[in-house]
Design a protein around this ligand. Structure first.
Ligand code: NAI
Length: 331
């Protein structure tokens, strides 16, 4: 099969080429992100492959369908960037990678939490300038703290296990309760109680119409003063202006985000020589008690291998007509 890979960075190509050794598809790597304007670059291919910030909206799907392309492989788990109805109507099949190293994202969430708590990012800057003072760097023991999770699927479970290992009390809110986590001592609570109880809140649910801005002004008002908030899931879970107001007022003690609601305009690109035309993102990147990473939770060697393998397997399975159900988003 001839496949055009959009938003493809050099660091991904070697993983995709290695995985393709078992498949012998014809791969075209494009650095451009997918849009109605760039979609024609896929002409002559049977499928395209895209990443988290490639918007599969109606005009883009229409352009692809006009080119005769009715197969899209997402090399990610989440599919909130897909207009599902438009894909169904146009007969465009959408596949995804249902699971790949949940540890990669869970460990990144822990990295954000540890850095914010022990101020490693600030200490690093100080010692680089031979400033060995400790003022302002005091953290707290994680041991014994109450850690709240929204979403206890694969990543939430991996995160919960790490936090239990630190000696934290893990509380959770999910529509589906995990018996395994309950056996490990995780306590499920209604959302409002979870918000009120947690010293640290970490988000691990997908972005849906139900979870959009799940952390808004009223949710923040319910949280403990000085609570830490970690979001490695999707930017749209946070109402960013409300979160910024909570940081400014001290209601939130710290914020660690690997995702941002408008990230597709900025993430994975170098803006260091340009003025960032997004005031909220500018403020977030400059606050000392905020760490922003640019959607790198997935970015480990193991996860990259699994993403490449599953993506190419999915495309081969289409040819062989035995696609695993959990890989199908539409089709
Ligand atoms: P999963 O499907 O295994 O788990 C999601 C959990 O959220 C499920 O237990 C589900 O019941 C729960 N959930 C769904 N709707 C909910 C609601 N309204 N309220 C509470 N809980 C709800 O997904 P997984 O693999 O754990 O991934 C979670 C999210 O992490 C993905 O949707 C994606 O947005 C994000 N992600 C981020 C990455 C990164 O690089 N930062 C990489 C991969 C995923």
């Amino acid at each position: 099969m001839k496949i055009a890979f959009f938003s493809c960075h050099p660091y991904e190509q070697s993983f995709l080429e290695a995985a393709n050794a078992n498949h012998r598809h014809q791969l075209t790597f494009l650095s451009q992100s997918l849009s109605p304007e760039t979609a024609p670059l896929a002409a002559g291919h049977q499928a395209i492959c895209v990443f988290v910030n490639d918007q599969l909206n109606t005009p883009t799907l229409q352009t692809l369908a006009n080119l005769g392309i009715r197969l899209v492989a997402l090399r990610c788990t989440g599919y909130n960037q897909v207009d599902i109805l438009a894909a169904q109507q146009l007969g465009v099949r959408i596949l995804r990678v249902p699971t790949y190293s949940p540890h990669s994202v869970a460990e990144h969430a822990v990295a954000l939490l540890l850095a914010l708590n022990r101020k490693t990012h600030l200490a690093y800057q100080r010692t680089k300038r031979n400033n060995f003072t400790l003022d302002g760097l005091m953290g707290f023991d994680l041991y014994g703290k109450r850690v709240g999770l929204i979403g206890t699927g694969k990543i939430g479970t991996a995160f919960a296990r790490i936090m239990l290992g630190f000696g934290c009390h893990v509380l959770a809110y999910d529509k589906v309760r995990s018996a395994v986590l309950q056996q490990l001592g995780v306590e499920y609570l209604p959302l409002n109680e979870l918000l009120a109880e947690a010293d640290i809140l970490s988000l691990h649910c997908p972005l849906t119409s139900e979870t959009h801005h799940i952390i808004d002004a009223s949710a923040l008002a319910r949280m403990k003063p000085g609570a830490y908030l970690i979001n490695t899931s999707r930017g749209g879970l946070l109402d960013t202006p409300a979160v910024l107001a909570a940081i400014h007022s001290g209601k939130l003690g710290a914020l660690g985000v690997d995702v941002y609601e408008l990230e597709d305009n900025f993430f994975f690109s170098d803006w260091s020589e340009k003025e960032l035309p997004d005031l909220d993102l500018n403020v977030l990147t400059h606050l000392p008690n905020v760490i922003v990473t640019s959607h790198q939770g997935f970015f480990t060697r193991e996860a990259m291998q699994q993403i490449a393998n599953t993506t190419l397997n999915n495309l081969t399975y289409v040819e062989q007509q035995h696609l695993p159900e959990d890989c199908v988003v539409v089709g």
